[in-house]
Design a protein around this ligand. Structure first.
Ligand SMILES: [Mn+2]
Length: 352
């Protein structure tokens, strides 16, 4: 007899559960509508005054048996879930997101199609030091059948007393060498005001790790018709990285290549910690090509090849690394650049 009563009560409970389910979902629908209006107004989703007001109205009607504090706790969880739902909808709206554009973005540069599923390489010296130095690397790059040459003319360095790059003179050297060897040039720009001039000399604008959240630079890069190679900031989360790319795309330039280059952690065995899983995450969340810079992430010549293999195995669209004719005397990053012979071995191993 007791069991019969228990079953009846349990049936009732099941019914109430379904009623609660229906109610929280219809609440969610209203929350989504509010989110859409707020998005149009550019308003912030979370409104503490409104939340306090809702809680007061609810507890005023609370006749138990739950304590007010318990009710507040339960409703705060429901509010939080609603807020997450609004934010999810907002994420959907990002132009760089897979949700917005399911198919891969393919960026054509000098006959290479980044994002087409094949492997691509961007190689060259850390910094442009002279015509001869760049030309020697370019010859090796071309011999390997590659189409892109990197080289820094504007160098954002940790210390103001370190070599700062040759500036516009460096870009001119890159352009001359690139024309001679039929290569496209990837070079970093650090000042929004330089972009207009720089696009005459370079094929891909690189925005470096230290400038990933230089929003004026991102906006300026978004306003020109040149592909942008955007590096992840030293301490940037993946979400911040994606939003930095959104800054560029929201200005009209959709040709963006993302580049994971290691993040700062407590580990000192490598210069930075290569966040290898950032690659598949970025590939899932965005439709943009993703590369891995093995030079700056590892900071160690002996790790370049294994890191590059890992990058390609996990789905990166390409690998970036630094090559110098004589790394021992390089003006920057001398510990991790490859000499020509090492570069040839590196490429031959990766092509296997
Ligand atoms: Mn470097």
């Amino acid at each position: 007899m007791g069991n019969e009563q228990l079953d009846q009560l349990r049936d009732k409970l099941d019914e109430v559960n379904i009623q609660i389910l229906d109610l929280i979902n219809s609440r969610a629908e209203i929350v989504k509508e509010i989110g859409e209006i707020k998005e149009k107004q550019g308003a912030i989703y979370y409104d503490p005054v409104r939340e306090r007001d809702m809680l007061n109205k609810i507890t005023a009607k609370n006749n138990g048996p739950f304590e007010d504090s318990t009710i507040v706790h339960l409703f705060k969880e429901i509010f939080k879930a609603g807020l997450e739902l609004q934010k999810d909808d907002h994420r959907k709206a990002l132009l760089v997101s897979r949700k917005k554009k399911p198919e891969d973005t393919v960026i054509e540069i000098n006959g290479e199609r980044f994002g087409d599923g094949n492997q691509h390489f961007i190689m060259g010296p850390c910094a442009v030091e002279s015509y001869e130095q760049v030309a020697e690397v370019a010859a090796a790059v071309k011999k390997q059948g590659l189409k892109l040459l990197r080289g820094g003319a504007f160098k954002p360095r940790t210390s103001p007393y370190d070599f700062q790059g040759l500036g516009l003179e460096g870009l001119k050297i890159l352009k001359r060498v690139a024309d001679e060897y039929e290569l496209a040039v990837v070079s970093e720009i650090v000042n929004p005001a330089d972009i207009e001039k720089a696009v005459e000399y370079i094929d891909v604008i690189q925005i470096g790790a230290r400038n990933m959240q230089n929003f004026e630079l991102l906006k300026a890069a978004g306003e020109v018709n040149k592909p942008v190679l955007l590096k992840r900031g030293l301490s940037a989360t993946i979400s911040e990285f994606i939003n930095a790319a959104e800054y560029i795309m929201s200005r009209g330039n959709g040709n963006i290549i993302l580049c994971e280059r290691g993040i700062r952690t407590y580990e000192r065995a490598t210069r930075n910690t290569l966040d290898i899983t950032a690659v598949p995450i970025l590939k899932q969340e965005t439709h943009l090509p993703v590369m891995v810079d093995v030079t700056h992430s590892t900071g160690r010549r002996d790790l370049l090849l294994p890191a590059a293999k890992a990058a390609l195995a996990i789905g990166a669209d390409g690998v970036m690394a630094e090559v110098h004719p004589d790394p021992a005397v390089a003006l920057s990053d001398s510990a991790q650049q490859m000499d020509i012979e090492t570069f040839n071995t590196f490429m031959n191993e990766l092509k296997k």
